[in-house]
Design a protein. Structure first.
Length: 201
């Protein structure tokens, strides 16, 4: 396969693949400070060595990170948005459901809308969101790293719980699922693994 190049209209910093898909797909999030942001889907057709793309409007804010769910048409977006009650910038995270495959690549549609948007309620837990990560086998479980906390959401039961927290004014720098029962977070010059099996929902 020859090298393929795809250009964007705006600068971007967020990139994720659609995991375990039958297609080679990437989602790219733009970083427009004042203006409309977009998530661009890029699909690679290896047989004819071509790229196809679709654009989703992301009016919620400047995108910092994207993450896709295994085996499901879901994307987690971490973004900065203008606070509704003031000019203050806040970080939020949303779960975005993409359309089904038949609608996704309909040539008559240049721009697509997300089927559903679920904004996670993180405001009471902190300000700086580093990442939102889907559980490797249960998309209803989502972990968000925010300030010095790891927050676990159970979307099926609309519940959230802090499962780990560090003290002393330090913050986590990021994190990801280690396996189905542990979440690994970056803290200063090392990593810590947290067992979430004891968490009750």
């Amino acid at each position: 396969m020859e090298n393929l190049i795809f250009g964007l209209e705006e600068n971007a910093r967020a990139l994720t693949t659609q995991q375990d898909s039958d297609f080679i797909r990437f989602f790219i999030g733009t970083q427009v400070i004042s203006g409309k942001n977009q998530i661009t889907l890029v699909e690679i057709d290896e047989e004819i060595n071509k790229l196809r793309s679709k654009i989703f409007s992301h009016d919620y804010g400047e995108i910092w990170r994207l993450k896709s769910a295994p085996n499901l048409p879901l994307i987690a977006s971490v973004y900065t948005s203008n606070h509704k009650r003031s000019s203050e910038l806040t970080m939020q995270s949303a779960i975005l459901r993409i359309p089904e495959n038949s609608e996704m690549m309909d040539p008559s549609k240049e721009q697509l809308e997300f089927v559903d948007v679920e904004i996670l309620d993180t405001e009471i837990y902190g300000n700086e969101i580093k990442t939102t990560e889907f559980h490797p086998s249960n998309a209803n479980l989502i972990a968000t790293v925010i300030d010095a906390k790891i927050l676990l959401f159970n979307r099926a039961e609309s519940k959230s719980q802090v499962v780990a927290e560090i003290t002393g004014g330090k913050k986590f720098a990021g994190g990801m699922w280690g396996n189905a029962s542990s979440f690994v977070a970056i803290h200063e010059n090392g990593i810590r693994s947290y067992d979430i099996r004891a968490v009750s929902y």
